[in-house]
Design a protein around this ligand. Sequence first.
Ligand code: ADP
Ligand code: MG
Ligand code: MG
Length: 246
Amino acid sequence: MLEITDLHATVDGKAILNGLTLSVGAGQVHAIMGPNGAGKSTLSYVLAGRAGYEVTGGSVTLDGRDLLALPAHERAAAGLFLGLQYPVEIPGVSNLLFLRTALNAQRKLRGEAEASGAEFMKLIKVEAEGLGLSMDMLKRPVNVGFSGGEKKRNEMVQMAVLRPRVAVLDETDSGLDIDALRVVADGINRMRAPDRATLLITHYQRVLDYVVPDRVHVLVAGRIERSGGPELAHQLEREGYVRVAA
Ligand code: ADP
Ligand code: MG
Ligand code: MG
């Protein structure tokens, strides 16, 4: 579903991704682990098409489409979702307006009918309830005054409503207490389906007790140094990145 081949990318002229190859099949969850500064967030930004992140080699396809040829909003409409390590606050824009606008913009680009107010409210109510976010919070400006855990919860609601083909979640588990971690894991597990895939970027093994990945990859200095099953995450936790990736 998501094919990344020999990807090279620079930020401010500095090479950050150095020949990264990764293949994520439909229905799979892959975890990407790695030390600070390895290029994990850079990978997520390059996939999403963030300005300032220049691809200097390689290719990325989603369902066979050349993802890198598309502007960011068309990548989203093609089914790519990016969960941010640090979710942004958007003062003056309610969660409801934000999400309905995003959903309908994507539907429009795909040539689908837009969601009516009633259809949208039904959709978001189900997902928000399932993830423990109140209607009161949905009416508030995006993430403004939300705790870290509430921001991550909100991101899971956004993901559930947009129903991406491929979700790239950048350290969506970091800084969460155990209850919030379970909510995030629940959100990811609820999205598991034969026609979807998740790239779960994480620093810690802990979340992988709740979301059991099909594959675990170790990203070091801009490339995948090792891949394995879920046991690789436990080995990393025990032995550290330096020994395991050597
Ligand atoms: P990770 O998410 O794995 O911790 P990042 O992708 O955030 O790593 O960063 C990878 C490397 O790229 C680091 O050395 C970081 O300093 C560098 N980097 C990230 N963003 C920028 C930027 N805007 N300008 C210059 N260097 C950057
Ligand atoms: Mg980091
Ligand atoms: Mg990061």
